[in-house]
Unconditional design. Structure first.
Length: 501
């Protein structure tokens, strides 16, 4: 694979401004502020990438590429911007300015983000083309992609290679990729069809759904998006999730050994604790999401989560994924800290919210089932998300490995399974269901691949008092408790035809 050809990611879409107060309430940020006060995380110390497609096409040789935000605005004061790509932006992109404002502006939910590398999306994707994965610039932990790419003129092999490169950089460098789905049905596999990315839609459901067919590994029908945010374009929704991810990364990193049982030193990145890993953050965002919403006036609500015809095999809703972004709920999961499975030495019942990152699972010198004890003192709702990466080899072959995991809730009082998420295609499994007071349960991660293997996963959960009976569905929930409140490719072929979303 060579990185010599311009990929030609052209863009065309609308940007919608935000009502600041409303969206902060709707995504649980005000609630987090009320809990933590001046101690609320800001994204401080988290370096990020903003990848934007040019607002003018490559055929406009005098003005191409144009992808930079208006960094002279006061809301970006005090921030450092770099432009590592081979071509400087010829001017300001209003789309990039709007996305940047939602992601890391001084009036966003992540004002502490101070170091931003800005790329033309074309150059960012081309920059991944190498036999071996390279660490992201400046140790960046999160990239926002408010653009989509279509397979116009590119071969399936090329598109598949791009997706593998994106998944590889997540796996190798814990580099979180937050990507927008298209604003409506389309065949746009980049980047929403990547396994290891966090795919984002809109709370009104007006976005593309499901992965697009590319090859035998990246097939159609996997559940996308992973979650939604209350914006009228996916360009606006995606940076809200990226900003939330920055708050979780900061929380996980600053919590160090207090929240995580282990970590890893990664070349070019530094120490990454289990609470801030890409899989953990994705699982926390999904388990923390709200399946039923009460948004501000003028914003769409989720009222029929997983209703008939919208249930996916991995326990999600085909329109809304895990539900709407809830910064408060996801923060509580990370702040709840890491708890081991029974098989890995954990003995206590699960806290109301928390996570586990299991480095070695699958039966090859490790356990094939991981059990977590739950004791429901009162009626509760449980939300649990299991996330693991597809593996991509760190060489020019980009060979993939995909293991199958299931997530089960077993009622030990009644001695029967009461919830099961067992997709054969997805790399997340999710449960959303009610727990009966006085019952004991086991939340189980199960290796469904027949042969023994060794792989890692992240499991996130939260429990909360059951205020209304959820729809009795086979798999998917929310768990949370007031007790936790005490927590103070190839270079040949045609064009990808990317578009802003």
């Amino acid at each position: 694979m060579r990185a010599t050809k311009r990929l030609g990611l052209g863009l065309a879409s609308l940007w919608c401004g935000m009502a600041q107060a409303d969206y902060r309430d709707d995504i649980g940020y005000r609630q987090l502020q009320q809990l933590l006060g001046s101690g609320v995380p800001t994204g401080a110390g988290v370096n990020v990438v903003l990848a934007e497609a040019s607002t003018v096409t490559e055929s406009d040789t005098l003005r191409y590429p144009r992808y930079a935000p208006d960094t002279g605005q006061s809301r970006f004061a005090g921030k450092t911007f770099s432009y590592p790509g081979p071509q400087a932006s010829t001017g300001i992109s209003d789309h990039a300015t709007g996305v940047a404002a939602a992601f890391f502006a001084n009036d966003s939910i992540a004002p502490g983000i101070a170091n931003i590398a800005v790329y033309n999306a074309d150059d960012w994707l081309s920059g991944l083309v190498a036999a071996n994965a390279e660490a992201p610039v400046a140790g960046s932990r999160i990239a926002n992609h408010s653009w989509i790419g279509r397979a116009d003129g590119e071969t399936a092999a090329d598109i598949g290679a791009y997706l593998r490169l994106v998944d590889r950089v997540v796996q190798r460098y814990e580099f979180i990729q937050v990507v927008g789905m298209d604003n409506g049905p389309s065949n746009s596999p980049l980047l929403g069809s990547a396994y290891n990315a966090i795919a984002v839609g809109r709370s009104d459901g007006g976005h593309d759904r499901g992965s697009d067919p590319v090859d035998s590994v990246y097939g159609a029908g996997r559940s996308r998006p992973d979650l939604v945010a209350p914006r009228t374009t996916t360009s606006g929704a995606t940076p809200l999730v990226a900003a939330a991810a920055a708050l979780l990364v900061e929380t996980g990193h600053s919590g160090a050994g207090r929240l995580s049982k282990a970590g890893q030193a990664i070349a070019g990145i530094g120490q990454v604790y289990n609470a801030e890993r890409a899989e953990t953050v994705k699982a926390a965002l999904m388990a923390g999401a709200r399946r039923v919403t009460d948004n501000s006036a003028g914003s769409a609500n989720i009222a029929d989560y997983r209703s008939a015809g919208h249930q996916t095999a991995n326990g999600l809703d085909d329109r809304f994924g895990a539900g709407q972004l809830d910064v408060f709920g996801s923060y509580r999961i990370i702040a709840g800290g890491e708890q081991d499975s029974v098989e890995d030495g954990g003995s206590a019942v699960l806290a109301e919210a928390g996570f586990d990152f299991d480095q070695a699972f699958g039966g090859l010198g490790s356990n094939r089932t991981a059990s977590y004890r739950i004791s429901a003192v009162s009626d509760l709702q449980l939300a649990a998300s299991l996330v693991w990466n597809i593996g991509v080899s760190d060489d020019s072959s980009l060979a993939t490995v995909f293991y199958d995991l299931d997530l089960e809730l077993f009622d030990t009082t009644l001695q029967r399974t009461v919830g099961l998420s067992n997709s054969r295609a997805d790399n997340s499994e999710n449960l959303w269901l009610a727990l009966s007071g006085g019952h004991d349960y086991q939340l189980r991660v199960i290796a469904a691949t027949s042969a023994d293997f060794v792989w890692d996963y992240a499991l996130a959960w939260r429990m909360e008092p059951l205020t209304a009976a959820p729809v009795p569905l086979p798999a998917a929930a929310l768990l949370f408790s007031a007790a936790l409140l005490g927590f103070a490719v190839s270079g040949r072929g045609g064009r990808l035809g990317a578009s802003r979303v």
